[in-house]
Ligand binder design. Structure first.
Ligand SMILES: *Cc1c(COP(=O)(O)O)cnc(C)c1O
Length: 377
């Protein structure tokens, strides 16, 4: 029987991209929404914003933000002006969108045109935003960031006396950011809290915001009027010890090939790993081009159900070699999925094995994964 070309295409291609995909990233929007609700409940009566910079920490702002909005979030933070412009298109006119970097010189009209709230970090940013407000005879919204011990962004205490133009603005919040909130015992937490309390008194009646994910867990003294979690929404542990957040991400990669190697045989670039005994090697279809950091070479692992499969050798651009000797032979076939992040290995575990933090592991997640979103119920 002769088949027509279109019939052939229909037979030859998978209707679903998942079977073709070397690696699959599954993002649970319901878990993200549940994490926002849990943080909002913990911080109440303070309001709970959502930090969705860096494409919602790599998970896809266009999908994550509507789920957060449906959960009740009405205040969003991004870092860059262009992230704010893109988010405004997703969100429509109502929710507030704050831009952590504030306006770069000359971009103030763009900030205003998209109804964004700049976080003003310097006397120069305050002056430029206030000048635009005066020229338009309107009080433009703003958040004032004060530096209380990070020397990164925010108005330094010594700069406060030269601050002009704040009276021309509609201040939504006075805010600051904690440097060491992931370490509850760190003395900087109390020092920054005290500095922030003292400085915010210059703007009586203006609501205040100090805590990000970790700060929420330092207690109600740190909550003020608005909390700004990012990482905890996406399942990263906000404090050492048991993680109260729900995991939101599963990363699975497919086995491309397996092989048996004798003792002494080397694996991967640089031949940095040698088989101590007869070994079964499985090569999976994800690598550092997918954001799976090369620093996890010889340190990371994948999981087949509950079986740990250590990385053997260096992480390559497109593949990783596993010592799969612990798995039953017939369980490892080309196409079999193993977990790089999943029920047995959290984002924080994968990060620690690469010598980094969950924040970097999430925001490095590559563009090549097939992405599946589990909708919020
Ligand atoms: C990134 C950021 C946040 C969110 O921090 P998480 O630790 O991810 O919760 C909050 N505030 C500021 C100023 C930030 O830069």
């Amino acid at each position: 029987m002769v088949r027509s070309a279109s019939e052939f295409v229909a037979i030859a291609t998978h209707p679903d991209p998942a079977p073709r995909a070397g690696a699959i990233l599954t993002i649970d929007l319901g878990a993200i929404a549940a994490n926002w609700r849990a943080l909002a409940a913990r911080a109440s009566p303070a309001l709970c914003a959502a930090v969705v910079k860096a494409d919602a920490y790599g998970l896809g702002a266009a999908r994550v933000v509507p789920a957060l909005e449906a959960a009740g979030c009405r205040y969003f933070f991004v870092a860059h002006l262009d992230e704010g412009i893109a988010l405004r298109a997703v969100l429509g006119p109502e929710p507030a969108i704050a831009v952590l970097h504030g306006p770069l010189p000359g971009t103030e009209p763009d900030m205003a045109a998209h109804d964004l709230v700049p976080v003003l970090n310097s006397a120069q940013q305050v002056a430029a935003w206030a000048a635009l407000a005066r020229s338009r005879r309107t009080k433009l919204p703003a958040i004032l960031q004060l530096d209380t011990g990070m020397a990164r962004l925010g108005i330094a205490p010594g700069e406060l006396d030269q601050l002009g133009g704040v009276a021309d603005l509609d201040l939504h919040y006075v805010m600051s950011h904690l440097a060491c909130a992931d370490d509850p015992a760190h003395p900087a937490n109390a020092t920054q809290l005290l500095a922030f309390r003292t400085l915010r008194d210059r703007w009586p009646g203006v609501p205040a915001s100090l805590a990000a994910s970790s700060g929420i867990f330092l207690g109600s003294d740190f909550h003020f009027d608005l909390v700004r979690p990012g990482a905890a929404l996406y399942g990263v542990a906000p404090q050492p010890g048991a993680n109260p957040m729900r995991p939101c991400v599963r990363l699975q990669a497919r086995i491309v090939q397996t092989r048996d190697i004798p003792p002494g045989e080397a694996v991967g670039y640089g031949q940095t790993w040698r088989a101590p005994a007869p070994t079964r090697i499985a090569t999976i279809a994800a690598g550092y081009a997918d954001g799976f950091l090369r620093s996890a070479s010889n340190r990371g692992c994948a999981w087949l159900d509950g079986i740990r499969l250590p990385f053997a050798g260096r992480v390559s651009m497109d593949s990783i070699t596993l010592d799969a000797s612990a798995a039953p032979r017939d369980a490892l076939q080309p196409g079999t999925l193993v977990d790089l992040i999943g029920p047995h290995w959290t984002v924080d575990d994968a990060a620690a094995a690469a010598g980094t933090i969950g924040y970097e592991t999430l925001t490095a997640l590559g563009a090549r994964y097939h992405r599946c979103y589990i909708p919020a119920p």
